[in-house]
Design a protein around this ligand. Structure first.
Ligand code: PLP
Length: 380
């Protein structure tokens, strides 16, 4: 794949290596949003079927991205905390430990802490040289009969450490524990297969690697949650909601699949067409190609930064679209921040790592600026 910068309105003077913060808007996504906004000038053109059509498309697109052949298991959510809360409420094991990792994003921590019968078992990152591998082993060792769920990302949001979901899945199966994945920092840019990993839930915010607008994302729920009770009760999630004339013939049955877990007013006429335009573009590129593009882009950068004294995770436990750089002891955080500002490089500091997260709109000019900034911080 060649650089896709022309599909975005991104300023050249800033090296934006921060998709893990939020993606820039694709031109097509922007256009879909404006069209959606204008549609409400003529509300008489918005028919009952329009409340359902775009949601069904989003389900199909997202299912293809996660390699699922059951689109009705995927639903629209406004935030990760919302999608996780549905899993917390409906986990079959009503007490036990929830395995989380240290420094995990709060939207996959607070919903678990709110349920008093669960005890969080937060697995610290080891100080070992082979940190990624040792951390994965610690997580695997922690899973036992007491475990109600492992709730984790495919990659750590702060430094990109890769978690071996397939091995974790095997161990959770042995102990009847659920696997709940926060895919926000990976799905879209890193291949993920529901068929292979078989999670019980996979929850993704849409505004980062799925390139959608803010406040819309998707969650997949496996058969574990088929008979559950959603955190909110909305009219559109009930059977027969398509018949607007019959809405007050109150229904006890839910819509098909996992649709009971979908957020109220999910037929958002602005955000949803935008999200669909973004998902279609991701599918056209494919997560596999996006990951390969990022790998090619950062391959020369990693050894150069390591030779300057920066530490970066081993390749086997790191992805190319999101990785952390830890700074040498003799360099201060302030020097790093100052040089990044001077060289107009936009990245995030998360925990003790500088988080670099490129995507298909970045090129060697951007990575060149990053290397120059980090080199200058060393020589101060
Ligand atoms: C791993 C991860 N999960 C979730 C979110 C966002 O959560 P929410 O949609 O609940 O705001 C972020 C945002 O940075 C994130 O990095």
């Amino acid at each position: 794949m060649k650089c896709q910068r022309d599909k975005f309105n991104l300023q050249r003077k800033v090296a934006y290596l921060n998709c893990a913060y939020m993606s820039p808007l694709l031109k097509k996504v922007e256009k879909a949003g404006i069209k959606g906004m204008k549609a409400k000038r003529k509300p008489f053109h918005i028919k009952p079927e329009h409340f359902f059509k775009d949601g069904d498309s989003a389900r199909i697109h997202f299912s293809k991205i996660i390699d699922s052949d059951e689109p009705d298991r995927s639903v629209l959510i406004p935030s990760v905390s919302y999608g996780i809360a549905n899993a917390v409420k409906n986990l079959p094991k009503k007490k036990g430990s929830i395995i989380l990792v240290n420094g995990q994003f709060p939207s996959n921590v607070y919903p678990w802490l709110s349920e008093k019968n669960y005890k969080a078992n937060i697995i610290e990152a080891p100080k070992a040289k082979n940190r990624g591998e040792a951390w994965n082993n610690k997580i695997l060792d922690a899973i036992d009969q007491e475990t109600a769920a492992v709730a984790i990302g495919n990659v750590h949001w702060a430094d990109g450490t890769l978690f071996s979901l397939d091995e974790i899945r095997q161990k959770t199966r042995k102990h009847d524990a659920a696997l709940v994945i926060d895919g926000t920092q990976s799905v879209g840019a890193l291949p993920f297969s529901v068929r292979d990993t078989d999670p019980d839930a996979l929850v993704c915010a849409g505004y980062k690697w799925l390139m959608g607008p803010y406040s819309i994302g998707m969650a997949y729920y496996g058969s574990m949650f088929d008979q559950g009770t959603p955190i909110e009760e909305n009219w559109i999630n009930r059977l027969g909601a398509e018949d607007f004339g019959g809405l007050v013939n109150y229904q006890s049955e839910y819509q098909r699949g996992s649709l009971r877990y979908e957020v109220g007013e999910h037929s958002n006429f602005i955000l949803l067409p935008m999200f669909n335009a973004a998902l279609k573009q991701i599918l056209r590129w494919s997560p596999d190609e996006i990951q390969s593009y990022c790998t090619e882009l950062i391959s020369p950068v990693i050894p150069e930064l390591m030779s300057l004294g920066y530490s970066i995770e081993n390749e086997a436990y790191r992805v190319s679209h999101l990785f952390g750089i830890r700074i040498p002891k003799n360099v201060s955080n302030e020097d790093i921040q100052k040089q990044l500002k001077i060289h107009k490089v936009n990245v995030s500091m998360r925990g003790d790592a500088i988080r670099i997260s490129p995507n298909v709109y970045n090129d060697q000019k951007d990575t060149g600026k990053l290397v120059r900034a980090l080199k200058s911080a060393i020589s101060k």
